[in-house]
Design a protein around this ligand. Structure first.
Ligand SMILES: [Zn+2]
Length: 396
Protein backbone atom coordinates (compact mmCIF):
# COMPACT_ATOMS: atom_id res chain seq x y z
CA UNK A 1 0.00 0.00 0.00
CA UNK A 2 1.19 3.56 -0.76
CA UNK A 3 2.61 5.54 2.18
CA UNK A 4 1.41 9.10 2.92
CA UNK A 5 4.85 9.88 4.33
CA UNK A 6 6.40 9.56 0.84
CA UNK A 7 4.00 12.19 -0.50
CA UNK A 8 4.77 14.62 2.33
CA UNK A 9 8.52 14.18 2.67
CA UNK A 10 9.43 15.18 -0.91
CA UNK A 11 11.38 18.44 -1.22
CA UNK A 12 8.77 20.96 -2.24
CA UNK A 13 9.31 23.88 -4.56
CA UNK A 14 7.07 25.59 -7.11
CA UNK A 15 4.55 23.19 -8.65
CA UNK A 16 5.62 20.39 -6.33
CA UNK A 17 4.77 22.56 -3.36
CA UNK A 18 1.31 23.37 -4.77
CA UNK A 19 0.76 19.67 -5.28
CA UNK A 20 1.72 18.90 -1.69
CA UNK A 21 -0.56 21.63 -0.32
CA UNK A 22 -3.47 20.21 -2.27
CA UNK A 23 -2.80 16.65 -1.05
CA UNK A 24 -2.68 17.94 2.55
CA UNK A 25 -6.02 19.78 2.21
CA UNK A 26 -7.60 16.60 0.85
CA UNK A 27 -6.19 14.78 3.90
CA UNK A 28 -7.77 17.48 6.12
CA UNK A 29 -11.14 16.95 4.44
CA UNK A 30 -12.33 15.50 1.14
CA UNK A 31 -14.07 18.26 -0.76
CA UNK A 32 -15.23 19.65 -4.10
CA UNK A 33 -12.60 21.29 -6.30
CA UNK A 34 -14.03 24.79 -5.78
CA UNK A 35 -13.68 24.42 -2.01
CA UNK A 36 -10.17 22.98 -2.32
CA UNK A 37 -9.27 26.00 -4.44
CA UNK A 38 -10.58 28.34 -1.74
CA UNK A 39 -8.79 26.46 1.05
CA UNK A 40 -5.41 26.29 -0.69
CA UNK A 41 -5.52 29.67 -2.43
CA UNK A 42 -4.66 27.90 -5.71
CA UNK A 43 -6.54 28.87 -8.88
CA UNK A 44 -9.36 26.66 -10.18
CA UNK A 45 -7.20 25.74 -13.18
CA UNK A 46 -4.24 24.71 -11.01
CA UNK A 47 -6.48 22.57 -8.80
CA UNK A 48 -8.19 20.92 -11.76
CA UNK A 49 -4.92 20.06 -13.53
CA UNK A 50 -3.26 18.75 -10.36
CA UNK A 51 -6.31 16.63 -9.45
CA UNK A 52 -6.19 15.14 -12.96
CA UNK A 53 -2.49 14.23 -12.50
CA UNK A 54 -3.07 12.83 -8.99
CA UNK A 55 -6.01 10.73 -10.23
CA UNK A 56 -3.86 9.19 -12.94
CA UNK A 57 -1.17 8.39 -10.37
CA UNK A 58 -3.76 6.75 -8.13
CA UNK A 59 -3.18 9.19 -5.24
CA UNK A 60 -6.75 10.53 -5.22
CA UNK A 61 -10.19 9.46 -6.45
CA UNK A 62 -13.11 11.66 -7.49
CA UNK A 63 -16.69 10.77 -6.57
CA UNK A 64 -18.83 11.93 -9.47
CA UNK A 65 -22.42 10.90 -8.76
CA UNK A 66 -24.18 12.61 -11.62
CA UNK A 67 -22.85 16.12 -11.02
CA UNK A 68 -19.76 15.79 -13.20
CA UNK A 69 -16.14 15.56 -12.07
CA UNK A 70 -15.82 19.23 -11.09
CA UNK A 71 -18.70 18.84 -8.64
CA UNK A 72 -17.57 15.50 -7.25
CA UNK A 73 -15.72 15.25 -3.98
CA UNK A 74 -12.02 14.54 -4.20
CA UNK A 75 -10.77 12.03 -1.69
CA UNK A 76 -7.48 10.34 -0.96
CA UNK A 77 -6.95 6.75 -2.13
CA UNK A 78 -6.29 4.19 0.59
CA UNK A 79 -2.80 4.56 2.00
CA UNK A 80 -0.80 4.17 5.19
CA UNK A 81 -0.49 7.26 7.35
CA UNK A 82 -2.14 8.64 10.50
CA UNK A 83 -2.75 12.26 11.55
CA UNK A 84 -2.89 13.04 15.28
CA UNK A 85 -4.37 15.91 17.30
CA UNK A 86 -3.80 16.47 21.03
CA UNK A 87 -5.67 18.87 23.30
CA UNK A 88 -4.11 19.48 26.71
CA UNK A 89 -6.55 21.05 29.16
CA UNK A 90 -5.93 21.91 32.80
CA UNK A 91 -7.81 18.80 33.91
CA UNK A 92 -8.09 16.65 30.80
CA UNK A 93 -6.20 15.36 27.79
CA UNK A 94 -7.97 14.57 24.51
CA UNK A 95 -6.30 12.74 21.64
CA UNK A 96 -7.80 12.12 18.21
CA UNK A 97 -6.18 9.97 15.50
CA UNK A 98 -7.37 9.37 11.95
CA UNK A 99 -5.94 7.52 8.96
CA UNK A 100 -5.31 10.30 6.42
CA UNK A 101 -7.57 8.68 3.78
CA UNK A 102 -10.58 8.30 6.09
CA UNK A 103 -13.48 10.82 6.28
CA UNK A 104 -12.84 13.62 8.78
CA UNK A 105 -15.46 12.40 11.24
CA UNK A 106 -14.10 8.87 11.42
CA UNK A 107 -11.72 9.53 14.30
CA UNK A 108 -10.44 7.38 17.13
CA UNK A 109 -10.74 9.31 20.41
CA UNK A 110 -8.90 8.81 23.70
CA UNK A 111 -9.58 11.07 26.66
CA UNK A 112 -8.81 11.13 30.37
CA UNK A 113 -8.89 13.50 33.35
CA UNK A 114 -5.13 14.03 33.53
CA UNK A 115 -4.21 17.57 32.45
CA UNK A 116 -1.62 20.35 32.71
CA UNK A 117 -2.31 20.78 36.43
CA UNK A 118 -0.49 17.47 36.93
CA UNK A 119 2.80 19.11 35.78
CA UNK A 120 4.65 18.54 32.52
CA UNK A 121 6.91 15.76 33.85
CA UNK A 122 3.94 13.56 34.70
CA UNK A 123 1.84 14.79 31.81
CA UNK A 124 3.90 13.85 28.75
CA UNK A 125 4.17 10.09 29.43
CA UNK A 126 0.38 10.07 29.75
CA UNK A 127 -0.07 11.97 26.46
CA UNK A 128 2.24 9.49 24.70
CA UNK A 129 0.27 6.55 26.09
CA UNK A 130 -3.02 8.02 24.79
CA UNK A 131 -1.47 8.73 21.36
CA UNK A 132 -0.14 5.16 21.15
CA UNK A 133 -3.53 3.69 22.10
CA UNK A 134 -5.36 5.90 19.59
CA UNK A 135 -2.96 5.09 16.73
CA UNK A 136 -3.15 1.35 17.48
CA UNK A 137 -6.95 1.54 17.31
CA UNK A 138 -6.66 2.84 13.73
CA UNK A 139 -4.91 -0.48 12.94
CA UNK A 140 -1.69 1.32 12.06
CA UNK A 141 1.57 1.82 13.96
CA UNK A 142 3.47 4.74 15.52
CA UNK A 143 5.86 4.74 12.53
CA UNK A 144 2.83 5.61 10.33
CA UNK A 145 2.18 8.90 12.16
CA UNK A 146 2.73 11.68 9.58
CA UNK A 147 1.65 14.77 11.53
CA UNK A 148 0.65 15.98 14.98
CA UNK A 149 -0.72 19.21 16.41
CA UNK A 150 -1.03 20.25 20.06
CA UNK A 151 -3.55 22.61 21.70
CA UNK A 152 -2.94 24.33 25.05
CA UNK A 153 -5.12 26.74 27.06
CA UNK A 154 -2.39 29.39 26.91
CA UNK A 155 -1.13 32.05 24.55
CA UNK A 156 1.38 30.72 22.02
CA UNK A 157 3.83 33.03 20.24
CA UNK A 158 3.43 32.39 16.48
CA UNK A 159 7.05 33.48 15.86
CA UNK A 160 8.54 30.79 18.09
CA UNK A 161 5.75 28.21 18.48
CA UNK A 162 6.37 28.35 22.26
CA UNK A 163 4.45 29.91 25.17
CA UNK A 164 4.07 33.68 24.87
CA UNK A 165 5.17 35.90 27.78
CA UNK A 166 3.76 36.19 30.42
CA UNK A 167 3.68 32.41 30.90
CA UNK A 168 0.92 31.83 33.44
CA UNK A 169 0.75 28.85 35.84
CA UNK A 170 0.83 25.88 35.77
CA UNK A 171 3.33 26.26 32.91
CA UNK A 172 6.89 27.59 33.26
CA UNK A 173 8.66 29.63 30.54
CA UNK A 174 11.15 26.82 29.85
CA UNK A 175 8.40 24.21 29.31
CA UNK A 176 8.37 22.98 25.71
CA UNK A 177 5.69 20.28 25.37
CA UNK A 178 5.69 20.49 21.54
CA UNK A 179 9.48 20.05 21.43
CA UNK A 180 9.34 17.04 23.74
CA UNK A 181 6.55 15.41 21.75
CA UNK A 182 8.47 16.07 18.51
CA UNK A 183 11.41 14.12 19.91
CA UNK A 184 9.17 11.23 20.96
CA UNK A 185 6.92 11.00 17.88
CA UNK A 186 9.55 11.62 15.18
CA UNK A 187 7.36 14.18 13.35
CA UNK A 188 7.35 17.95 13.91
CA UNK A 189 4.66 18.73 16.51
CA UNK A 190 3.20 22.23 16.26
CA UNK A 191 1.44 23.98 19.14
CA UNK A 192 -1.28 26.64 19.28
CA UNK A 193 -3.84 28.09 21.62
CA UNK A 194 -6.82 25.74 22.09
CA UNK A 195 -9.48 28.32 21.20
CA UNK A 196 -7.66 29.05 17.92
CA UNK A 197 -7.80 25.34 17.13
CA UNK A 198 -11.50 25.17 18.01
CA UNK A 199 -12.11 27.94 15.45
CA UNK A 200 -10.17 26.02 12.78
CA UNK A 201 -12.18 22.85 13.40
CA UNK A 202 -15.52 24.68 13.43
CA UNK A 203 -14.75 26.47 10.17
CA UNK A 204 -13.47 23.34 8.41
CA UNK A 205 -15.67 20.53 9.69
CA UNK A 206 -19.16 21.83 10.42
CA UNK A 207 -20.50 23.03 7.09
CA UNK A 208 -20.34 22.08 3.42
CA UNK A 209 -19.78 25.67 2.31
CA UNK A 210 -16.96 27.63 3.86
CA UNK A 211 -18.01 30.18 6.47
CA UNK A 212 -15.72 33.19 6.22
CA UNK A 213 -15.78 34.75 9.71
CA UNK A 214 -15.88 32.33 12.62
CA UNK A 215 -15.37 32.98 16.32
CA UNK A 216 -14.93 30.03 18.67
CA UNK A 217 -15.33 30.62 22.41
CA UNK A 218 -13.54 28.17 24.70
CA UNK A 219 -15.27 28.59 28.04
CA UNK A 220 -14.15 26.38 30.91
CA UNK A 221 -11.48 27.09 33.55
CA UNK A 222 -10.88 30.39 31.75
CA UNK A 223 -12.35 31.98 28.63
CA UNK A 224 -10.55 32.55 25.33
CA UNK A 225 -11.60 32.93 21.74
CA UNK A 226 -10.21 31.92 18.36
CA UNK A 227 -10.93 34.12 15.35
CA UNK A 228 -10.78 32.90 11.76
CA UNK A 229 -11.15 35.44 8.98
CA UNK A 230 -11.15 33.88 5.51
CA UNK A 231 -8.37 31.32 5.55
CA UNK A 232 -6.42 33.13 8.27
CA UNK A 233 -6.35 32.48 11.97
CA UNK A 234 -5.95 35.86 13.69
CA UNK A 235 -3.17 35.23 16.20
CA UNK A 236 -1.85 38.76 16.64
CA UNK A 237 1.78 39.79 16.68
CA UNK A 238 2.66 37.73 19.76
CA UNK A 239 -0.23 35.30 19.97
CA UNK A 240 -2.36 37.49 22.24
CA UNK A 241 -5.32 38.07 19.91
CA UNK A 242 -8.60 36.69 21.21
CA UNK A 243 -7.76 36.93 24.91
CA UNK A 244 -11.34 37.92 25.70
CA UNK A 245 -10.96 36.41 29.19
CA UNK A 246 -8.81 39.43 30.02
CA UNK A 247 -11.20 42.03 28.64
CA UNK A 248 -12.14 44.32 31.52
CA UNK A 249 -15.84 44.23 32.15
CA UNK A 250 -15.89 45.33 35.81
CA UNK A 251 -13.25 48.06 36.33
CA UNK A 252 -13.57 47.78 40.12
CA UNK A 253 -13.99 44.01 40.15
CA UNK A 254 -11.80 41.18 41.40
CA UNK A 255 -8.08 40.82 40.72
CA UNK A 256 -7.15 38.47 37.88
CA UNK A 257 -4.25 36.08 37.41
CA UNK A 258 -2.93 38.35 34.63
CA UNK A 259 -2.56 41.39 36.94
CA UNK A 260 -5.66 43.09 35.59
CA UNK A 261 -8.82 43.84 37.53
CA UNK A 262 -12.38 42.83 36.66
CA UNK A 263 -11.39 40.67 33.66
CA UNK A 264 -14.14 38.48 32.15
CA UNK A 265 -12.29 35.45 33.62
CA UNK A 266 -12.91 36.81 37.15
CA UNK A 267 -16.64 36.91 36.37
CA UNK A 268 -17.34 33.74 34.36
CA UNK A 269 -14.20 31.60 34.78
CA UNK A 270 -14.91 28.25 36.49
CA UNK A 271 -13.52 29.41 39.85
CA UNK A 272 -15.67 32.56 39.87
CA UNK A 273 -18.83 30.58 39.12
CA UNK A 274 -18.08 27.91 41.74
CA UNK A 275 -17.35 30.65 44.30
CA UNK A 276 -20.77 32.18 43.71
CA UNK A 277 -22.52 28.90 44.45
CA UNK A 278 -20.34 28.32 47.52
CA UNK A 279 -21.12 31.78 48.86
CA UNK A 280 -24.86 31.22 48.42
CA UNK A 281 -24.73 28.11 50.62
CA UNK A 282 -23.89 30.36 53.60
CA UNK A 283 -20.98 28.36 54.94
CA UNK A 284 -22.60 24.94 54.73
CA UNK A 285 -20.74 22.70 52.32
CA UNK A 286 -23.87 20.85 51.35
CA UNK A 287 -24.45 20.58 47.62
CA UNK A 288 -21.44 22.70 46.70
CA UNK A 289 -20.25 21.57 43.25
CA UNK A 290 -16.51 20.86 43.00
CA UNK A 291 -16.22 21.31 39.24
CA UNK A 292 -17.86 23.31 36.49
CA UNK A 293 -19.33 20.12 35.03
CA UNK A 294 -20.98 19.35 38.39
CA UNK A 295 -22.34 22.89 38.58
CA UNK A 296 -23.87 22.56 35.10
CA UNK A 297 -25.37 19.18 35.99
CA UNK A 298 -27.00 20.64 39.12
CA UNK A 299 -28.45 23.47 37.04
CA UNK A 300 -29.98 20.95 34.62
CA UNK A 301 -31.44 19.24 37.72
CA UNK A 302 -33.24 22.48 38.60
CA UNK A 303 -30.89 23.79 41.34
CA UNK A 304 -32.08 27.42 41.44
CA UNK A 305 -28.70 28.89 42.45
CA UNK A 306 -26.72 26.98 39.80
CA UNK A 307 -29.26 27.95 37.13
CA UNK A 308 -29.05 31.62 38.00
CA UNK A 309 -25.24 31.56 38.11
CA UNK A 310 -25.12 30.12 34.58
CA UNK A 311 -27.76 32.53 33.24
CA UNK A 312 -25.80 35.48 34.63
CA UNK A 313 -22.62 34.03 33.10
CA UNK A 314 -24.45 33.92 29.74
CA UNK A 315 -25.35 37.59 30.13
CA UNK A 316 -21.76 38.60 30.94
CA UNK A 317 -20.45 36.56 28.02
CA UNK A 318 -23.05 38.10 25.68
CA UNK A 319 -22.04 41.60 26.75
CA UNK A 320 -18.36 40.87 26.01
CA UNK A 321 -19.17 39.18 22.68
CA UNK A 322 -21.32 42.16 21.64
CA UNK A 323 -18.19 44.35 21.75
CA UNK A 324 -16.43 41.77 19.59
CA UNK A 325 -19.34 41.67 17.09
CA UNK A 326 -19.01 45.41 16.60
CA UNK A 327 -15.30 45.00 15.93
CA UNK A 328 -15.24 42.05 13.52
CA UNK A 329 -18.87 41.31 12.53
CA UNK A 330 -18.63 37.48 12.46
CA UNK A 331 -20.95 35.08 10.60
CA UNK A 332 -20.91 32.61 13.41
CA UNK A 333 -20.05 32.44 17.10
CA UNK A 334 -19.64 28.93 18.45
CA UNK A 335 -19.36 28.20 22.16
CA UNK A 336 -17.37 25.21 23.35
CA UNK A 337 -15.76 24.03 26.59
CA UNK A 338 -17.51 22.77 29.74
CA UNK A 339 -19.60 25.92 30.14
CA UNK A 340 -21.24 25.18 26.76
CA UNK A 341 -22.82 22.09 28.36
CA UNK A 342 -25.24 24.56 30.01
CA UNK A 343 -26.79 24.89 26.51
CA UNK A 344 -29.94 27.10 26.51
CA UNK A 345 -29.34 28.22 30.12
CA UNK A 346 -26.25 30.02 28.79
CA UNK A 347 -27.18 30.63 25.14
CA UNK A 348 -30.51 32.39 25.68
CA UNK A 349 -29.27 35.17 28.00
CA UNK A 350 -26.09 35.39 25.91
CA UNK A 351 -28.16 35.97 22.74
CA UNK A 352 -30.34 38.53 24.53
CA UNK A 353 -27.31 40.58 25.56
CA UNK A 354 -25.88 40.32 22.05
CA UNK A 355 -29.14 41.69 20.67
CA UNK A 356 -29.06 44.44 23.27
CA UNK A 357 -25.48 45.65 22.89
CA UNK A 358 -24.25 44.69 19.40
CA UNK A 359 -25.14 46.68 16.27
CA UNK A 360 -28.56 45.33 15.37
CA UNK A 361 -27.60 44.73 11.74
CA UNK A 362 -24.86 42.33 12.81
CA UNK A 363 -26.87 39.91 14.97
CA UNK A 364 -30.56 40.49 14.17
CA UNK A 365 -32.65 37.72 12.57
CA UNK A 366 -31.89 37.77 8.84
CA UNK A 367 -28.38 39.10 9.40
CA UNK A 368 -26.91 35.71 8.38
CA UNK A 369 -25.57 35.41 11.92
CA UNK A 370 -25.57 32.30 14.07
CA UNK A 371 -24.86 31.75 17.78
CA UNK A 372 -24.67 28.11 18.85
CA UNK A 373 -22.77 25.54 20.87
CA UNK A 374 -20.12 23.34 19.24
CA UNK A 375 -21.36 20.18 17.52
CA UNK A 376 -17.84 18.68 17.57
CA UNK A 377 -17.67 18.88 21.37
CA UNK A 378 -15.85 17.62 23.42
CA UNK A 379 -13.20 17.01 20.74
CA UNK A 380 -13.41 20.34 18.89
CA UNK A 381 -9.94 21.52 20.00
CA UNK A 382 -8.28 18.13 19.36
CA UNK A 383 -9.82 18.06 15.85
CA UNK A 384 -8.37 21.55 15.29
CA UNK A 385 -4.97 20.30 16.50
CA UNK A 386 -5.15 17.50 13.92
CA UNK A 387 -5.83 20.09 11.17
CA UNK A 388 -2.96 22.30 12.38
CA UNK A 389 -0.57 19.33 12.42
CA UNK A 390 -1.44 18.35 8.85
CA UNK A 391 -1.22 21.92 7.53
CA UNK A 392 2.15 22.41 9.18
CA UNK A 393 3.48 19.74 6.80
CA UNK A 394 2.94 22.13 3.88
CA UNK A 395 5.49 24.66 5.16
CA UNK A 396 8.47 24.95 2.83
ZN1 LIG B 1 -7.01 38.98 33.37
Amino acid sequence: MREARELLDVPAQGREWNRRRLIIEIMVKSDRQSQLSRRTGLSGGQVSQTIQDLTQEGVVEVDAPGGGRAKGKVRLSRMRGVAVGVDLGFNHTSVVARPVGEPHDRIVVKRDDFGANAGIRRLLPNVLRLVREAVEDTNQGMSDVVSAGLGVPRMVDPRTGRFATPVLPPWEPEDDPAGELTAELGVPVVMDNDANLGALAEQTYTSEEAVEHVVYVKASTGVGIGIVVGSNLVRGQRGMAGEIGHLTIEPNGRMCLCGGRGCLDTVIGAEALLDQVKQSRRGTNRDVPATLTELVLKAHNEDAVCKRVLQDAGRALGFALAQLCNLINPHRIVIGGELAEARSLLLEPCGQELARFALSGSVAPGADFELRTSTLSPHTEAQGALILGLRSRSSK
